[in-house]
Design a protein. Structure first.
Length: 344
């Protein structure tokens, strides 16, 4: 028994020694790598600043990952003419070529760095490499490549990006929304064309509508109203159409909002109530007052909130409901008035 305890103690001591040795080795390697990066930074910064040096001088022995990472870090630190000079010198030093090679890496992190770096170099080869990256197996890398292309001076059409990204197959809703929001600010007409393209999946068109709603573009209101009036009452799209109309906040949404308030769908009525308040649609006061008795708390809350947004007309309806409405209506009206410091 004592022998077993002794052997076990030796084993534990040996394991502890091995772990300690491994930690020391890892620390030494980490320190060495940090020192090499600092030395590389000291060599690279003067090359980027000094336009008299011939391209490639002094970086031949550096790994691609080191050159690209340090170059991008330095470029991010400067602005204006100095930034332009850094980018130009980096191009002379062959950084874009190294970034394009890095796109073939198995490492997701290295591929992402390469995409973000190529966004700085608006040349034909970099654009072609980013277009090829739209087929990457990682959604975030594909999105980063699409956004990088969209920020360039010669950005591709949104319809081309939709085709290359496989959005017609509805591959990623997050990617879709993010990309459309970017294009809604830069090229709203292209996003509008996506909304009206009936060959695209519904989720893609809804993402385009939401992107335009965030941008506040009024031109699409008639089209969204028409889509809302045609949408099935129990479909997922109707609440999203009404929500988008509320975000835009244009009075031309009147017909769809009033129809939404009469919907049998709880999410649609909630969205319609929110839109009615945002638009300050006085014609909706009676319908909103009627919804104060709805069985769903969320509908009652949004309706009471919308009535407050209608001003004196809505407040009068709330006070009427607080004194003579049903139990649910009285509670909703009294609570909303109290929250705003108004007497019932």
């Amino acid at each position: 028994m004592l022998r077993l305890i002794w052997d076990l103690s030796l084993l534990l001591a040996g394991a502890a020694l091995a772990v300690m040795s491994l930690l020391v080795l890892l620390r030494a390697l980490s320190t060495r790598r940090r020192d090499r990066l600092l030395a590389a930074r000291r060599r690279l910064a003067p090359l980027l600043l000094d336009t008299s040096d011939p391209p490639g001088e002094g970086i031949g022995g550096m790994a691609d990952s080191v050159v690209t990472q340090l170059t991008l870090d330095l470029i991010q630190l400067v602005r204006g003419a100095e930034r332009i000079q850094f980018i130009g010198k980096a191009a002379e030093l062959g950084v874009p070529d190294r970034l394009r090679r890095q796109l073939r890496s198995f490492s997701r992190r290295r591929r992402m760095i390469a995409v973000q770096g190529l966004a700085l170099f608006d040349d034909a080869l970099s654009r072609e490499a980013l277009l090829d990256t739209l087929g990457d197996r990682d959604d975030e890398i594909r999105l980063a490549a699409a956004l990088a292309l969209g920020r360039g001076d010669n950005r591709p059409g949104l319809d081309e990006l939709v085709a290359r990204l496989g959005l017609r197959d509805n591959r990623s809703s997050l990617l879709t929304v993010t990309l459309f929001r970017h294009y809604a600010n830069e090229a709203p007409d292209e996003v509008q064309a996506i909304v009206l393209d009936t060959d695209l999946p519904l989720s893609v068109r809804l993402a385009a509508i939401e992107a335009l709603a965030v941008s506040g573009d009024y031109r699409l209101v008639p089209a969204i109203v028409e889509l809302g009036l045609r949408a099935p009452d129990d479909g997922e799209e109707l609440p999203r159409y009404l929500h988008a109309l509320g975000r835009i906040g244009h009075p031309a949404a009147r017909e769809a909002v009033l129809a939404g308030l009469a919907s049998n769908s709880m999410p649609a009525r909630v969205a319609a109530a929110g839109a009615a308040g945002r638009i300050a649609l006085l014609e909706s006061a009676d319908q909103l007052a009627g919804l104060l008795d709805a069985p769903e708390w969320w509908v009652r809350f949004r309706s009471a909130e919308a009535l407050l947004q209608l001003g004196d007309t809505g407040v009068a309806r709330l006070r009427e409901a607080a004194t003579s409405g049903g139990e649910a209506a009285r509670e909703a009206a009294t609570t909303m008035l109290a929250e705003r410091g108004l007497a019932p």
